[in-house]
Design a protein around this ligand. Structure first.
Ligand SMILES: [Fe+2]
Length: 592
């Protein structure tokens, strides 16, 4: 039985294919169309998923869409009456969703009559809950979804048991942890979709100096969760829906903090203005208050469910700083967050919701790695290399067997080179986890600055992350619970902070990836070889890109390699050295 999950007309458009309960493929549209967080219809992602499964649309039995226009209809109507603009937006959204069968048929260039599969509407947060629990290793768990807004709710919690999810409660618009985080992120001068990540990094540089004020901005309601102090916000007045720019389909969220927030906290920072201590302190306070409320919610969820394990999803589940503290601040003993915790994950969630909750099929699958995207053959990589301007331009190219390749690449890293590492199938979710990664030496304190100057051009306050051999995690970090998807940050042991300064954040934590030998044998081997050379079983891992979606095809990896000041590229078994005198076309991209 084949189920196609499609997250369309929403940020992070994506598709996933589940066959007899096993995940076959899952990928975001942005990896193909090269537009970060792309919305629209994920035509290329759908085509890829079917191709990976070797099936046609006629062989898809169920099509799962993570949006249910009937959910919370009463509340929606109430807002529609009050806000004509909102009513118009809803009508547009409904029309777009009604056209999904046609869009799907057009994407595959077939007659809509050829669609045999049954369509299912899955409420946004139920799809989030399903996206984490049904692929988790747990037979039973508490499950929490929290994000900005989806189907007019922001938060939902449940108990998962076998192939069932039992929803306990939800929090509806306009109260939302995601909106809270986004509003303060905007106030701090970061306006791009996805900038919340930056502010989470910035928080480590400040002190939670404004807690009293932030307790009014985000208010606790005990076991009922939380509410927003609405006077600090404007989204409840202006309309909640995300728009996306017609030009490139990038999602955009209009201003959602009110003038009152500026009256209370001082003027907002304009994008590009210097970041001052009060901004750092506001970021730190926002994070501290999020944690207070999140842990209250999780403690209440534990009291209600008495489960040992908790599964998280929704954009808030990307808050690795908070996630890493769950063990200490709640009674939960195990935490699972799947790699695409945000809205891309809805494609997987909707598909599994249909398989288990709707069709009642038993569980048989655990997502224990993230490699569900496109992969390329050695022949395709070689051809990409031949077509690039690398051929005959003074580059040294060696084809090496795996053991030698890992050793040679590890040597490059240990020598301070910046190494592009392109292997196997692309990662599902926003983190590079050793298949589309840039790897560097974690022991060099200057490496963060070098990476920023030569390749990444990121804000200096944003941390880089460590990948560590799973078996060595406890030696370097205060916790050793697996974190295969970089969704947890742990404190680096004080005596090790000087050993791996480059991926250790200013507060002494690291958003680690624990690398298991069976999950990614080749990446594990690279780190093992690096440990053999240096005694340190850690590499710095950052995503293979430069202000663009993570590279997907070998051509994009080569392009990024040539465009930036990366030293070495490992493309499958090919090791490519850049000539020392090589200059990127225009002297390299400048800071943005
Ligand atoms: Fe969501």
């Amino acid at each position: 039985m084949n189920i196609l999950g499609i997250n369309a007309y929403h940020g992070n458009a994506s598709a996933a294919l589940v066959s007899d309960g096993r995940l076959i493929a899952a990928v975001e549209e942005e990896r193909f169309n090269r537009v970060k967080y792309a919305a629209g219809f994920p035509a290329q992602a759908v085509r890829y998923c079917l191709a990976e499964a070797g099936i046609t649309l006629a062989e898809v039995d169920h099509i799962a869409i993570p949006r249910n226009p009937w959910a919370r209809l009463g509340t929606k109507l109430l807002y529609a009456l009050r806000m004509p603009r909102f009513a118009r937006e809803r009508a547009k959204v409904l029309a777009r969703f009604a056209g999904i069968p046609e869009a799907l048929a057009a994407a595959l260039d077939v007659d809509p009559q050829r669609i045999r599969g049954r369509f299912h509407r899955v409420e946004h947060h139920q799809a989030h809950l399903a996206s984490t629990f049904f692929v988790s290793p747990f037979e039973q768990a508490a499950v929490l979804s929290a994000d900005g807004l989806g189907d007019f709710a922001s938060t939902m919690w449940a108990t998962g048991e076998g192939s069932r999810l039992r929803v306990h409660d939800a929090i509806a618009f306009p109260h939302s942890l995601g909106m809270y985080y986004s509003a303060v992120t905007q106030y701090l001068g970061f306006w791009k979709y996805g900038d919340e990540y930056k502010v989470m990094g910035l928080a480590a540089y400040g002190e939670p100096a404004y807690l009293e004020e932030f307790r009014r901005i985000l208010q606790s309601r005990g076991a009922k969760g939380f509410r927003l102090g609405l006077e600090y916000f404007s989204h409840h007045r202006t309309g909640p829906d995300m728009t996306w720019r017609e030009a490139d389909k990038t999602p955009e969220l209009g201003r959602i903090f009110s003038q009152y927030m500026e009256q209370r906290l001082g003027p907002s920072r304009a994008a590009g203005e210097p970041v001052e201590q009060r901004h750092r302190d506001a970021a730190a306070t926002m994070q501290a208050r999020l944690e207070e409320v999140l842990f209250e919610l999780l403690n209440a969820l534990h009291a209600r469910t008495r489960q040992k394990a908790v599964c998280l999803a929704g954009g808030v589940a990307f808050n690795c700083v908070a996630n890493g503290k769950i063990f200490d601040r709640t009674p939960f003993e195990q935490v699972y967050v799947q790699p695409a915790a945000g809205d891309a994950g809805l494609a997987v969630g909707a598909a599994y919701f249909v398989y288990h909750q709707v069709l009642g099929r038993p569980r048989s699958f655990v997502m224990d790695h993230a490699y569900w995207g496109p992969g390329y053959s050695p022949e395709q990589m070689r051809q990409a290399l031949e077509r690039s301007r690398i051929d005959g331009d003074g580059f040294q190219i060696d084809e090496l067997p795996e053991a030698e390749l890992a050793r040679a690449a590890a040597k490059e890293v240990a020598d301070g080179k910046i190494v592009g590492w392109f292997q196997g199938r692309a990662e599902w979710g926003p983190r590079a986890l050793g298949n589309r990664s840039i790897v560097a030496d974690p022991r060099r304190p200057e490496m963060k600055q070098i990476l920023n100057e030569r390749i990444k051009h990121r804000e200096t306050f944003r941390p880089f992350a460590p990948s560590i051999l799973e078996e060595a995690a406890g030696e370097y970090f205060e916790r050793s619970d697996p974190s295969p998807f970089m969704t947890l940050a742990y404190a680096v042991r004080p005596e090790k902070r000087g050993v791996i300064p480059a991926p250790t954040h200013v507060d002494g934590t690291g958003r680690l990836q624990t690398v298991g030998r069976s999950a990614n044998p080749r990446y594990w081997r690279l780190i093992r070889e690096f440990a053999n050379l240096t005694g340190v079983p850690v590499v710095l891992n950052t995503s293979f890109n430069d202000n663009e979606p993570i590279v997907c095809r070998p051509e994009e990896a080569l392009d990024c390699f040539l465009r930036t000041k990366m030293d070495t590229l490992v493309l499958g078994n090919l090791l490519v050295h850049k000539p020392a005198a090589f200059e990127p076309p225009d002297g390299g991209p400048g800071p943005r």
